[in-house]
Ligand binder design. Structure first.
Ligand code: 13P
Length: 251
């Protein structure tokens, strides 16, 4: 049966008190549902504890948005994989296009982060995706292949079977212009094929302007196992609407 994963990337939003109240609101809605999807909230580091305290026994998981590639040491201002694991995270986003763009993260560094996350028993949510220019120049598949093979090439010595991929076309992030189901499906199928060459069968999420309105048509596609949601994850109604759309795929 298909698995559904809905992850909310809050980015740099939600101070701890707001995160606590928001998480409680989400839980109140999900308690009234027969939720069978994996729901992951990804708060900023400072709000992870507030979310962890709020969820208690509820089957909602927490993800961080980033971690440092080294286990510990003199890296002022950084956060390690073991720190986020100890704070209650089971997942961590890695390689988001905003970090690639604003912090110069490349496929090799992303491999180091995935390695440290796997060592810390955290599940990486590994983001890949092409820019508008790359798409317009017909380079989408080449970029996706390079991102996947460069990083996986560095990870040949470890078990990569517990990773989640998130396909996030950069042109769809925060623009309100989600990929069409056809655009998403052809890239997801391509990712699936590349991963098969590495003997990997990983869940592949779609991210980029997912809303309660377009989630159903995207999540119905055969190679889409869920969504990584930005803006719409900051609204209880929108986020739980996306979770509802995911659950419809499972019931
Ligand atoms: P939006 O849903 O706001 O487009 O953001 C997507 C994203 O970047 C999730 O990681």
């Amino acid at each position: 049966m298909k698995r559904m994963i809905i992850a909310g990337n809050w980015k740099m939003n939600m101070i701890p008190s707001a995160a606590k109240a928001f998480t409680e609101d989400i839980m109140n809605v999900l308690r009234q549902r027969d939720n069978k999807s994996t729901v992951i909230l990804c708060p900023p580091f400072i709000s992870i504890s507030a979310v962890a305290d709020s969820i208690g026994d509820m089957s909602i998981s927490i993800g961080a948005q980033n971690c440092h590639e080294k286990p510990k040491g003199a890296f002022t201002g950084e956060i390690s994989a073991s720190m986020i694991a100890d704070a209650g995270c089971a997942y961590c986003i890695v390689g988001h296009s905003e970090r690639r763009r604003d912090f110069g993260e490349n496929d090799t560094l992303i491999a180091e982060k995935i390695r440290i996350l796997i060592n810390a028993k955290l599940i990486p949510i590994w983001c890949i995706g092409e820019s508008l220019e790359e798409r317009n120049n017909g380079k989408t598949f080449a970029i996706i292949e390079k991102q996947l093979t460069t990083t996986l090439g560095e990870l040949k010595d470890i078990d990569c079977s517990d990773i989640i991929i998130a396909y996030e076309p950069i042109w769809a992030i925060g623009t309100g212009l989600a990929a069409t189901p056809e655009q998403a499906q052809e890239v997801h199928e391509f990712i699936y094929t590349i991963l098969t060459g590495y003997n990997l069968n990983l869940p592949i999420l779609y991210g980029g302007s997912v809303t309660g309105d377009n989630a159903a048509s995207l999540l119905a596609l055969p190679n889409i196992n869920g969504a990584l949601v930005g803006g719409a994850s900051l609204s209880v109604e929108s986020f739980t609407g996306i979770v509802d759309a995911a659950n419809k795929q499972l019931h």
